[in-house]
Design a protein around this ligand. Structure first.
Ligand code: 572
Ligand code: ZN
Length: 356
């Protein structure tokens, strides 16, 4: 039997209609199917991909076709449970893993469900996201938050899952020297995860002083402000600061020059993980990577990382809240997006609150 508590009939949602055209609109409160829960949305973070869809109407291979509800870094409170749900109750606060795969194909069965061709992913066209008041999701892709973990932290599990997956792909272990390129939210979280795993040294880079400052405030011991546009010169600087070459470099900035730097900087036989996407305009030294037997590994979102992300927030003792530089209400979503893209606002993570 499904059961529910008090649910309003209005469901305000931030809907992207086209370039620079987000509208706050009322949409229907979703009807539950078997094994789903209805969530009163709590916190939703803005990600770089949300900004791309907003400013360009596309991101990577995906183009906005029809109006789409934004948001994929979300948390909320269960207000209704559908038939068959045994693991969650009304009132439970949860983090939402936004990618729900088909569960049936070989990739899903092998555990690499992030690569499922039929995956539903919040706010990737044509799939609607969860930047709204009410949103439904399969119960098994909702992770119950203990009482001491806030809804903001619940929303941060999403970029944290990317960080955990990137360290897994790079095989970061106790004693590994790690270079993290880019001090955006995913870069900073990757630095924190690598340290937690036991990396002996983690150097994080950026072109922006403010972001490096946030990285230091959150525990980065080694930082490098990128001032040169010569990847070989930057690689030399990395080696000096780290007193040796990193075995693993995790590129989170999306800049070609940074990707090139990672290849030059990495110790022969090591690994470069590309978290971001690149213009690839000819400047990536792939022959040097081959000659150094560097494994270049891409990542596509993450799989099986939410439990570890929740465990990190609960048990690492690391406070992720300084990453959140701005807070807005759902009604002020457009201001939130403006702050997220403005250089002057010095935003790292912008958080939107859906049910204040
Ligand atoms: O939080 C998941 C996430 N994944 C990103 C980017 C931002 N946030 N990825 C990089 C871009 N790809 S994509 O396929 N795309 C634009 C949807 O090129 C998805 C993974
Ligand atoms: Zn994202």
């Amino acid at each position: 039997m499904a059961s529910s508590c008090d649910i309003k009939t209005d469901n305000l949602a931030a809907v992207l209609h086209g370039k620079l055209d987000i509208r706050l609109e009322k949409i229907a409160v979703p009807e539950l199917e078997k094994n789903e829960v209805l969530l009163s949305m709590g916190s939703v973070g803005i990600c770089g991909s949300d900004l791309k869809y907003w400013t360009e109407g596309k991101c990577g291979i995906f183009t906005l076709g029809q109006p789409m509800v934004m948001g994929h870094e979300g948390s909320g409170t269960v207000v209704k449970v559908g038939q068959g749900v045994r693991t969650l109750n009304i009132g439970d606060r949860v983090a939402i893993e936004p990618g729900v795969p088909c569960r049936k194909c070989a990739l899903c069965k092998n555990g690499r469900y992030n690569l499922c061709k039929s995956i539903f992913f919040c706010a990737t066209p044509p799939d609607d996201g969860n930047l709204c008041m009410y949103y439904k999701h399969p119960a098994d892709f909702c992770f119950r938050l203990p009482g001491n973990i806030s809804l903001d932290e619940g929303a941060l599990l999403e970029p944290l899952a990317v960080a955990i997956y990137s360290c897994r792909r790079g095989n970061v272990r106790l004693g590994t020297k790690v270079l993290v390129c880019g001090s955006g939210p995913v870069g900073i979280l990757t630095m924190l995860v690598a340290k937690q795993i036991g990396a002996s040294k983690v150097l994080i880079t950026d072109i922006d002083d403010n972001r490096l400052q946030v990285a230091r405030q959150m525990g980065a011991d080694l930082t490098l402000k990128v001032t040169s546009n010569d990847p070989m010169c930057l690689a030399d600087q990395v080696e000096v600061i780290m007193e040796g070459q990193p075995e693993v470099s995790i590129e989170c900035s999306g800049a070609d020059i940074s990707y090139a730097t990672a290849i030059h900087a990495t110790y022969p036989g090591g690994c470069v993980v590309t978290v971001a996407r690149y213009k690839n305009s000819g400047g990536i030294p792939l022959n040097i990577a081959a000659t150094k037997e560097i494994d270049i590994k891409g990542i596509f979102r993450y799989a099986n990382c939410y439990p570890a992300a929740l465990d990190f927030v609960n048990n690492s003792g690391v406070d992720l809240k300084p990453l959140i530089t701005h807070h807005f209400d759902l009604q002020d979503t457009i201001d939130a997006f403006e702050a997220a893209r403005s250089r002057d606002a010095r935003a790292v993570k912008v958080m939107i609150h859906c049910n204040k």
